[in-house]
Design a protein around this ligand. Structure first.
Ligand code: COA
Length: 181
């Protein structure tokens, strides 16, 4: 299955994406902002594609014009903030060369449509760690509303604790925002 937007395709991850994934995920500006360490090798990226990125609602983002992989966007169903069967948490990252072109708002908007229209979710959560202004802006552009700030949240993959800002979008808010698309 493929989801499409004006400039992007969202498709499932495959092991063949390992080299491109590693090129982006080795950069210290990418994973640590989202709570995971930089990748150390193409083999490690391949393993993470298999164990994490190949989940059913995690999508590889492809720049249509050149058919290049640019990043990832996904819905995660059982996280510390998203526990119900009719909710999920949105997560995302992009390779640094692709930052600042509005790619993530475009990709995430498409996945929100899928979440509310196809998957029948009632609520999508989205969080960012204090200081991640770029991700904060993405969530503002998408129309997420502030819910709460959690202090001393464990970030297990990095062995540290951070302040987490928790935002949410309800189905009603999305319908209102998207004009009932
Ligand atoms: C967060 C992220 C996905 C943003 O995606 P994006 O497609 O670049 O988002 P946008 O183009 O809408 O830009 C968002 C904001 O980033 C800032 N920005 C834009 N271009 C930038 C650049 N080249 N360098 C630094 N910041 C930039 C701007 O503040 C922009 O907001 P504005 O449009 O109001 O000026 C991307 O920065 C990323 O992958 N970061 C690392 C991983 C991460 O933090 N994931 C989210 C975890 S919660």
């Amino acid at each position: 299955m493929i989801l499409e937007t004006e400039r992007l395709l969202l498709r499932h991850w495959t092991e063949e994406d390992a080299a491109a994934c590693y090129r982006y995920a080795r950069d210290l500006r990418v994973g640590p902002a989202a709570g995971w360490p930089a990748h150390n090798s193409v083999e490690e990226s391949r393993g993470i594609i298999r164990s994490v990125l190949m989940r059913p609602e995690t999508w590889a983002i492809v720049w249509k014009q050149t058919d290049q992989l640019v990043g990832s966007v996904g819905l995660d169903f059982h996280t510390p903030v998203s526990r119900g069967s009719d909710e999920a948490e949105l997560g995302y990252w992009l390779g640094v060369p692709w930052w600042g072109r509005g790619i993530m708002p475009e990709a995430a908007r498409r996945l929100l449509r899928r979440a509310f229209e196809d998957l029948g979710l009632k609520r999508v959560w989205c969080c960012y760690y204090a200081g991640n202004e770029k991700s904060k802006r993405v969530q503002e552009k998408l129309g997420f509303r502030y819910v709460r700030t959690d202090e001393n949240v464990p970030v297990p993959l990095l062995g540290e604790f951070r302040t987490d800002i928790v935002n949410c979008m309800t189905r009603e808010a999305w319908v209102e925002r998207s004009g009932g698309e």
